[in-house]
Design a protein around this ligand. Structure first.
Ligand code: WT7
Length: 701
């Protein structure tokens, strides 16, 4: 456990004054604590073999993407795509901050990801689907087969489920090849998909369906996770019921079978509402659906993400700008060549999977691995066996997965003959020590490693080294990617200079094509969340007055590399999954005995961060194991098991300011075992701090 100080000390040095204290109060202490205690690390250099074959080796390309060439530089990315009609205006900034890219252009994402590859890569594998049970055969789905299946499912969506251009289709599915098929079928029709992470509960799915007003839910009967066959259809019933309670009638539930021809869920089908896709598909055998020529600025999908209120927000991504951006960044930073085999272990239900399993790699005509299950199932050698068997040479995963695989089998990768040219880490800060294990043991000292910093909102990478150009530095994401111009601002909006050793809020100065268009049906929240803080003139039509506020603390070293310290809002990153503390608190408050709830982030050896939940009970109720279990279950049920608090601490009273605000900072310090909890003079009940400390000290972790 690092000593107290860290992020807050840096903030104090960097900011000073009252606003600092306020910002520090909201910060997820722990993530930042570790980050700031990292010393400057030594550089690692890519191998000559890697450089010899890489796409991005020419430093002058960065010059071509400088602000002098903005926004036309992004034509280079858009030119990676097929357009039915070329655009007239590269960037329309007439309605800040609602930027419009490639205006007047028309394209279709499914055509770009599938159809156009048939001429040269008809028989190439698009996806190697690897089921979790190791005795089930791997399915190699070619571009031809993907084309057939996307067309047939698009026909089914249109003619059987009545899906039209502009409709929203919610897809709540596990990691199976039918998931990208369903997404691409929507894209083909010009319908927006809203994919909900399969591990999310039926209730969480319903909340997102209601917000998106989806009449159609695409799901699956069941799937494997950690050796268990899970009943997934049961969640659809909950989702439809919950949606109805919130006023949305779901008309069609389309259920794929994990084993075609066999319905594998104990949950019965509801007559007239639920339909087994595999039974209806034969009616559409051989059917072809013309791809809809979509305006570049029409939305491609919604991806819900957590913010600082309890209500998830639908990040709306465009067709042209988004696809161009993920294609370009996949090419230059993942370095995916036609002969490579690429494996991203993320879940398609998150933005990483959308951008870097589905749209980016497919736009480049790549061969990808799509793995159903838990990385370490049945043992921590599994990923390396899959990589060896399929010849994977580009590997993409998160610090949490790396930490878990290292813990379970630190020597395991040495037993296998896989050979990676490039590896990616994404989603959370990676500790240098973990980075080095990844580099030396998983990558055998031969692979270039990119640490890519970005967000659901940003569509694609913002900061990372260019693998053949910039040396790697463990724990730092690196400089900005092509065409992205970050700046670190202090609370007053002044620039924090590189190499100053001070932290601040990382922002992006300029618009870029992968940036979300808006929050679905909530443009005001879009402005408030991402722009209001640093925009000085709401009337300004100049994009320079609208820096994008990312919500992360960061420092820039004198070499220009950015080190991301973690969220400064009420968002926590649990095992790389983004959760709002408010969502967890709201779930806990659903238990009748609970009067108040406060979630704090606690450092965890494997998951990076875990939520810990403090609750105060209504008078007349007492703490019991049963009550704590009910609270934990409620969180799992309302959100997902990934949101389960590590511990529930029942306190007599929350530490509160005189105005009644719960001081989460104090609870976080106690949970993380810090000696000093900071200033308690503003509390109305300072005596409760020692009491809580004693209470927590007496608990088993
Ligand atoms: C938050 C975004 C990026 C796609 C997956 C997560 C954190 C992301 C890094 C990184 C340190 C990182 C940030 C960011 N984050 N990548 N390389 N180093 N932190 O997308 O769920 O929208 O979460 O993840 O805090 O704001 P997301």
């Amino acid at each position: 456990m690092p000593s107290r100080g860290g992020w807050r000390t840096v903030m104090e040095k960097g900011y000073g004054g009252k606003t600092m204290a306020d910002a520090a109060e909201r910060v997820t202490l722990t993530e930042a604590e570790i980050a700031v205690h990292w010393r400057e690390e030594e550089y690692y250099h890519p191998s000559p073999e890697f450089i010899g074959q890489a796409y991005l080796t020419d430093r002058s390309r960065y010059e071509r993407f400088s602000l002098d060439h903005f926004p036309d530089c992004f034509k280079e990315y858009a030119d990676l795509l097929d357009w039915y009609k070329y655009w007239d205006v590269t960037l329309d900034t007439s309605n800040p901050p609602f930027w419009r890219w490639f205006v007047g252009g028309r394209l279709n994402a499914a055509h770009n990801c599938v159809d156009r590859h048939l001429a040269r890569h008809r028989n190439k594998t698009a996806f190697h689907f690897v089921p979790e049970p190791e005795n089930e055969p791997i399915q190699h789905v070619t571009y031809q087969e993907l084309y057939n299946r996307v067309n047939e499912f698009a026909a089914l969506l249109r003619d059987f489920a009545g899906v039209r251009r502009g409709d929203r289709v919610t897809i709540h599915m596990p990691m199976v090849v039918e998931l990208p098929i369903a997404m691409l079928a929507c894209a083909r029709l010009g319908a927006m998909h809203s994919v909900v992470f399969g591990g999310f509960s039926g209730k969480a799915c319903a909340d997102r369906m209601v917000d998106a007003e989806s009449r159609v839910l695409v799901t699956m009967d069941g799937y494997y996770r950690n050796g268990e066959f899970l009943d997934h259809k049961a969640k659809a019933d909950v989702a439809v019921r919950e949606a109805a309670a919130q006023g949305l009638a779901v008309e069609r539930v389309l259920v794929w079978q994990r084993y075609p021809g066999r319905y594998s869920s104990p949950t019965p089908l509801v007559e007239g509402r639920d339909f087994v896709v595999n039974e209806i598909l034969p009616r559409f055998r051989g059917r072809r659906v013309d791809p809809e020529p979509m305006p570049a600025e029409d939305p491609l999908f919604l991806m819900y993400t957590s913010g600082s209120t309890g209500r998830p927000k639908g990040a709306q991504h465009s067709t042209g700008g988004y696809l161009a951006y993920v294609a370009g960044t996949s090419k230059y930073y993942l370095d995916i060549h036609p002969e490579d085999v690429y494996w991203c272990m993320a879940d398609i239900g998150w933005i990483t999977g959308h951008s870097y399993i589905v749209y980016g790699p497919l736009a480049l005509g790549a061969s990808s691995v799509l793995y159903e299950g838990q990385p370490a199932y049945p043992d921590p050698g599994r990923p390396w066996r899959i990589a060896e068997e399929l010849g994977v040479n580009i590997f993409h995963t998160s610090p949490t997965a790396i930490r878990a695989l290292r813990k379970a089998g630190p020597e395991e990768p040495k037993k296998y003959g896989h050979r990676f040219k490039l590896m990616t880490t994404v989603g959370e800060p990676i500790e240098p020590d973990v980075w080095r294990w990844y580099y030396h043991v998983v990558g055998k000292g031969q692979a270039a490693v990119v640490d890519t910093w970005w967000q659901t909102e940003t569509g694609g990478f913002l900061c990372t080294t260019a693998p053949a150009i910039h040396p790697m530095k463990p724990g730092s994401a690196g400089p900005a990617v092509l065409g992205i111009h970050p700046v670190i601002l202090d609370e007053e909006g002044h620039e924090v200079p590189a190499g100053s050793g001070k932290a601040g809020n990382i922002c992006i100065r300029n618009p870029w094509p992968g940036m979300m268009q808006t929050i679905w049906r909530d443009p005001e929240r879009f402005i408030q969340t991402y722009f209001a803080k640093y925009n000085r003139d709401p009337q300004s039509k100049d994009w320079r007055d609208w820096p994008y506020f990312a919500g992360d603390g960061a420092m820039q070293a004198s070499d220009g590399y950015f080190r991301i310290l973690g969220r400064i809002d009420d968002v926590i990153n649990v095992a790389g999954h983004r959760l709002g503390t408010k969502e967890i608190e709201n779930a806990a408050l659903g238990v009748p005995e609970v009067a108040e709830a406060a979630v704090v982030a606690v450092r965890d050896e494997v998951k990076g961060i875990m939520p810990e939940l403090y609750v105060a009970l209504h008078p007349g109720h007492r703490e019991s194991e049963d009550l704590k279990q009910r609270i934990v279950d409620r969180v799992a049920q309302e959100i997902s098991p990934i949101a389960k608090p590590r511990r529930v601490v029942v306190v007599p009273d929350m530490p509160k300011t005189r105005s009644g605000k719960i001081m989460r900072r104090i609870l976080a310090a106690i949970s993380n075992g810090f000696e000093d909890v900071g200033d308690v003079t503003t509390l109305s009940n300072p005596e409760v701090v020692d009491e809580i400390r004693r209470l927590v000290g007496s608990l088993k972790s």
